[in-house]
Design a binder for this molecule. Structure first.
Ligand SMILES: Cc1cc2nc3c(=O)[nH]c(=O)nc-3n(C[C@H](O)[C@H](O)[C@H](O)COP(=O)(O)OP(=O)(O)OC[C@H]3O[C@@H](n4cnc5c(N)ncnc54)[C@H](O)[C@@H]3O)c2cc1C
Length: 191
């Protein structure tokens, strides 16, 4: 939006770089998206290239599937820092604060109510408000009169970042109806 000439304010409560629970896998669609926004070279320079996937079903032989297009794994701390830097470079103003509510005017959102770390609260007025605030989104929770529909789907995922790459799979984690994935971050570490 900033590149298109709009004045953009990004309100973020976290201090970057920050940890984010994630498998840290970038599939070919994500890689293509990073290319479109012009940050792929920066990401690739700090990522680990993935050439395929090895599926290990509980009661069948393992299958290896090569990727036909590139996939990467990249630590979220690194990826998010690159994206934030690109936004700032494009002219986005980054404001550190917690969004507490949306501002409404005749059934439409026209900005945000933001609180700083020191407790002061203020309004950020905007013609358009984009809720990019993750699975606990304040913006998505705004009343239906604002025309927003949320999925409300419960998350049942967990991730362990930067563990030493195991040599063998343990049988007891391969439960029916569940799976886990090892995503290499380097030659000896995995998520
Ligand atoms: C265990 C796990 C593993 C995953 N593995 C992968 C994977 O391998 N590959 C993949 O592509 N995806 C994976 N995902 C999904 C991926 O992490 C999410 O889809 C992605 O992070 C969502 O991006 P987002 O921008 O919507 O939200 P987020 O990345 O959560 O970003 C939301 C941002 O908004 C900020 N924010 C939130 N609330 C407020 C507020 N009130 N005020 C101000 N700022 C606020 C947060 O600090 C954060 O920076 C995984 C998810 C989980 C849970």
């Amino acid at each position: 939006m900033a590149r298109a000439g709009l004045t953009v304010t990004l309100v973020e409560r976290a201090t970057f770089p920050r940890r984010k629970v994630c498998g840290e896998y970038l599939n070919s669609g994500a890689v293509a998206a990073l290319d479109r926004i012009g940050v792929l070279n920066d990401v690739r320079a700090q990522a680990f290239a993935l050439h395929g996937v090895r599926l290990v079903p509980p009661h069948a032989p393992a299958v290896e599937l090569p990727f036909t297009s590139g996939a990467l794994s990249c630590e979220r701390e690194t990826l998010d820092a690159i994206l934030l830097r690109a936004a700032v470079y494009a002219g986005v103003t980054v404001v550190h604060g917690r969004v507490e509510d949306v501002l409404r005017d005749r059934g439409r959102i026209d900005g945000l109510w933001v609180r700083n770390d020191d407790g002061t609260a203020y309004e950020v007025r905007a013609r358009w408000t984009v809720g990019a605030d993750g699975c606990g989104s304040i913006v998505r929770a705004a009343p239906a009169s604002c025309g927003i529909v949320g999925s409300g789907r419960a998350l049942r995922w967990a991730a362990l970042h930067g563990i030493r790459r195991p040599r063998r799979f343990r049988r007891d984690v391969r439960r029916r109806g569940r799976y886990f994935a090892l995503n290499p971050l380097s030659h000896d570490m995995t998520t």
